[in-house]
Design a protein around this ligand. Structure first.
Ligand code: ACO
Length: 325
């Protein structure tokens, strides 16, 4: 098996900023409530004529430039998203066209907030076995399109964005381990009930606002802390490491209280935990990869560092991954 690593990164966040003060004018909420309960101060919102693939293409172009590769060098494109441009074709195929990556096989993965970690694990198999040389893995979401802007329980939480990683063979370091898991018995906790084959779009489904994200936040919160901690430890153990060896934990950015509760459980100092939730909110599959991009750009991740990605979301699904940078 070949060693597999990330050789290029890129992100794209839409320019439009929606602040907590803006939300105060839309629903019965306050900057104080949102900040103390979630850690979010603002989020990015895509334009009405921008779809998930548009965000993904811009992030991918940066990642390819960073990796010094041409689009035709890509043999695989995986887009992790719960907000595809449309149910079919896959958003990955639309990204292929935008990039002119004519040699790539393309598909999407739906694993909500753990989507990027899931997609990375799939790309790793193709590269490790020598099936493909270069893969592009993207986490991209336009969650504003499935957010109920009349529901204060959810609309303060989400934002839009995309980030991409070029995944290839590396000589040293790279991805050391994965731990993935799911529990479909808790599917009801977080879902978009309408628009699929169970409840196809109809005037009734629109009236009942079934095409928006619904969440039992409290229950999800409790499970997130426990499950993210277990997933992190399992991935660290599979890598033959101990928690103290990890230089930076990059958790899914859903709620600062979830992240700090996990850090406390582990006795992790805050400087070992990367946070950018304040700026972007929860971008589902785009969150962990955007955070990794920014951590690398800021010099928080250096060559040889051990980085842990740890994500959790609707499904329920979870995924953790240890990378030697
Ligand atoms: N502004 C003001 N008050 C609010 C708001 C708001 N935006 N939202 C809820 N409240 C109120 C509620 O109505 C409730 O009032 P009540 O006590 O009078 O009934 C009170 O605040 C407390 O509500 P809770 O839901 O108990 O608040 P909680 O502290 O649990 O925070 C939150 C809610 C932020 C949603 C939290 O539960 C959370 O972060 N959950 C996890 C989210 C997550 O991890 N999602 C996973 C990934 S998402 C994906 O996969 C796409």
């Amino acid at each position: 098996m070949k060693k597999v690593g990330i050789i290029g990164l890129g992100e794209y966040l839409p320019r439009r900023v929606l602040t907590n003060a803006d939300l105060e004018k839309m629903v019965d909420t306050s900057d104080e409530w949102i900040t103390t309960r979630t850690g979010i101060k603002q989020r990015r919102i895509a334009e009405s004529n921008e779809a998930t693939s548009d965000l993904a293409i811009k992030a991918a172009q940066k990642a390819l430039a960073d990796a010094k590769l041409l689009p035709e060098n890509l043999e695989l494109i995986i887009v992790a998203t719960i907000t595809p441009d449309m149910p079919t074709p896959s958003t990955a195929c639309l990204v292929q066209v935008g990039l002119r990556a004519k040699n790539a096989a393309c598909f999407d993965i739906g694993a909500a907030c753990a989507g990027f970690v899931y997609a990375l694990s799939v790309a790793q198999q193709f590269i490790a076995t020598g099936t493909y040389k270069n893969a592009l893995v993207i986490g991209a979401e336009k969650l504003s399109a499935v957010t109920d802007w009349k529901d204060r329980n959810t609309c303060v939480l989400f934002g839009d964005g995309a980030a991409a990683a070029v995944v290839s063979e590396v000589q040293t370091g790279g991805i050391l381990s994965f731990h993935l898991g799911s529990d479909g018995t808790r599917a009801d906790l977080l879902k978009i009930p309408g628009g699929g084959s169970r409840i196809p779009a109809s005037s009734e489904s629109l009236e009942q606002r079934l095409h928006y994200l619904k969440m039992e936040g409290n229950e999800v919160f409790k499970l997130a802390v426990t499950i993210m901690a277990e997933a992190a430890l399992a991935a660290i153990q599979k890598a033959g490491l101990e928690l103290k060896d990890i230089d930076l934990v990059i958790p899914h950015q859903a709620n600062i209280r979830i992240i700090l509760a996990m850090a406390k459980k582990f006795g992790l100092p805050q400087e070992k935990v990367y946070l950018n939730i304040e700026k972007y909110g929860n971008m589902s599959s785009a969150s962990t990869i955007t955070a990794l991009c920014e951590a690398v750009k800021e010099g928080r991740v250096k060559k040889g560092d051990l980085v842990l990605l740890d994500a959790f979301g609707a499904g329920l699904v979870w995924g953790a991954c240890v990378i030697e940078w």
